[in-house]
Structures are given as structure tokens and as C-alpha cells.
Write a protein that binds this ligand. Structure first.
Ligand SMILES: [Zn+2]
Length: 313
């Protein structure tokens, strides 16, 4: 695991689909802050109320839950590309977004962009770029899995057309095929380390060796699928092992994410530099993260070793 005292940010992770065990392991591995982009839930939403409750949970319950394990939680708010294809619903979501994007802890409009590159996806991507520009927030772009290179180039071109400056755009899920165009355009190039697909951490090491650390960001995008919430610290650890200097690792696994999303004015290092004072006796709207008979952690959060065992006394 990562060396003592190294701090990490995972700027793309869907904690709504993860458990408190993940939070505890992430905190133990050095993750101090995370960003949760709005995404689809696997099951398509059929009502506007589902979006409203989801956005509210990203800003409320999920942030509270993270805080109970000593992690600062931020989010990006947007209509995801897949669900843009339900146009009747998408129209209603567009009306809802302005009510959420300026709330405390929202560090961008995201994740938006293309999935199948349909006309509807294009329409709602453009509308959300306008919204981001209007409120001065960074944009977090999800690039498609199919036809990735063309989709990535198109995403950047359309952002430019809408007058968004490249330094305000974080292009996600890059790979060897897209990294050069993304960096040459002046955009932030984020990489998702996924088991078996997207990007492996050995390949990530090679990217940093080849392209350096400027505007390069590592994330896990861990969600309800086969994914790993420890991808960022594990990749950092591999980078160090393969001879990448610690300062470079700090750039791609911490500082660049902070610089990119810090442009929102909503995310500052001072938010987590004081040791988080956790009090698991706290409640959010009458709910705590504990279940009956569990002992609350009060003070600095430290993972209990029992977590690794599966014996309940
Ligand atoms: Zn995502």
C-alpha cells in the first residue's frame, strides 16, 4: 500500500454504490478527498423525482457518510449521457440542474458528454456546457467506450464551440489513443484505472513516463460494476516502485485534481489538512452510519484491524 503520509484525491468515484468498508479502506490508504460525479444507476430512472433525490443524496447523505470515515466528499452535478436519450425526462432534468449546481460542495458540471453519440446526447451535452459556462464551473466529461477516439475529439471540439476554456474541462477515461489530443488541446487528461478494461495501472505508469505529469489525473471511477475504490493509491504505489519520483506521483494522484476542480472555488486543501474530527454519534436527518450495538468512532478516524477479519464476537 501507499507510503506513510502520502495524500490522495480520487476525483471520480461513485460512492453511492459502495459500502462503508470501502470508505474505511480508502481512508487507511491515504485518500483524503473524493469527487462523486452524477451518473446513471444501472437501472434507468423513470421519474424526475428520482433525479432530485439522487442529487440531494450526493450533497447530503453521501457527504455525511464520507465525513464519518474522515474523507471529504464533493460532487459534480449533471444529466449523464445515457439518460439524455430519454428526452421527455431529460427536459425536466435540465430544469432541475440550476437548482443544484451552485450548492456548497459542487465542484463541476458532470459527468456529461457522449455515450452512443446520438443526436439527443449531443443536444443535452451542449445545453449543459452552456450551463457550466453561465455558472463558471469546470466541466467533467465522460468519453465513450465505443469509438472512443472520435468521441473524445468531438467532446473537446464541442466544448470549444461553446466558448469553454480547455483549462475548465476535465476529459475522463483517456487512454493511449486519446491522451496526446487531450493534452495538446490544453485540456486536463484524466485516466480511469479499471480492472480488465479502460486503463491498467501498469499502462498508467508508462503514460506518466512518456507524457510527464502536467494536467494528468488518475481516478478509479469505482461504481456498482467490477471496479476498485483503491485504484488511485495502488497506482501511486506502483509508480513509486517503478521509479517515478514521489513529487510526480503527488501531482497526478493529488495536486492536479485539486487544481482542476479547485477552480470551482468549492474545494480547498484546508478542507482536509486538519485531521478530520470524526464523531460517529452524529446523525444526518436521524440516520447514523452505525447499526445497533456498534461502537462509534470519536476523534481521528483510524481503521480498526478487525475490519480485515471476518469474526464477530
Ligand atoms: Zn463515472
Amino acid at each position: 500500500m501507499a507510503p506513510e503520509k502520502m495524500m490522495f484525491i480520487d476525483p471520480h468515484i461513485h460512492m453511492t454504490s459502495r459500502t462503508t468498508d470501502d470508505y474505511a479502506r480508502m481512508q487507511e490508504a491515504g485518500i483524503v478527498a473524493i469527487i462523486e460525479p452524477s451518473f446513471w444507476l444501472g437501472q434507468p430512472r423513470t421519474e424526475i423525482g428520482s433525479f432530485k433525490d439522487y442529487f440531494s443524496s450526493l450533497l447530503g447523505w453521501e457527504r455525511f457518510r464520507a465525513s464519518q470515515f474522515g474523507i471529504k466528499h464533493y460532487c459534480t452535478i449533471g444529466l449523464n449521457s445515457k439518460e439524455a436519450n430519454n428526452e421527455a425526462l431529460a427536459e425536466q432534468v435540465m430544469e432541475l440542474l440550476p437548482l443544484f449546481v451552485l450548492k456548497e460542495g459542487v465542484v463541476g458540471v458532470g459527468e456529461i458528454g457522449y455515450d452512443d453519440q446520438t443526436a439527443a446526447e449531443d443536444k443535452y451535452y451542449r445545453l449543459q456546457l452552456d450551463l457550466a459556462k453561465e455558472v463558471g464551473l469546470p466541466v467533467q466529461i465522460h468519453t465513450p467506450h465505443r469509438d472512443k477516439k472520435a468521441g473524445t475529439i468531438r467532446s473537446m471540439k464541442v466544448a470549444m464551440e461553446h466558448g469553454i476554456k480547455p483549462h475548465m474541462v476535465i476529459v475522463d477515461h483517456n487512454n493511449e489513443e486519446t491522451v496526446k489530443d487531450t493534452l495538446d488541446g490544453g485540456f486536463w487528461a484524466a485516466f480511469t484505472i479499471y480492472p480488465n478494461s479502460k486503463m491498467g495501472n501498469e499502462r498508467m505508469v508508462e503514460i506518466v513516463k512518456q507524457y510527464g505529469t502536467e494536467r494528468i489525473i488518475v481516478n478509479s471511477s469505482a461504481d456498482w460494476g467490477v471496479s476498485d475504490p483503491l485504484s488511485v493509491p495502488k497506482t501511486a504505489s506502483l509508480m513509486l516502485e517503478r521509479g517515478i519520483p514521489a513529487e510526480d506521483v503527488r501531482m497526478v494522484c493529488y495536486q492536479n485534481a485539486l487544481d482542476a476542480f479547485g477552480q470551482s472555488g468549492q474545494m480547498n486543501e484546508s478542507d482536509w489538512l486538519q485531521p478530520a474530527n470524526v464523531d460517529q454519534r452524529d446523525k444526518f436527518q436521524d440516520n447514523s452510519v452505525l447499526r445497533g450495538g456498534q461502537t462509534p468512532v470519536v476523534g481521528e478516524f483510524k481503521t480498526r484491524n478487525e475490519l480485515k477479519e471476518n469474526i464477530v464476537k
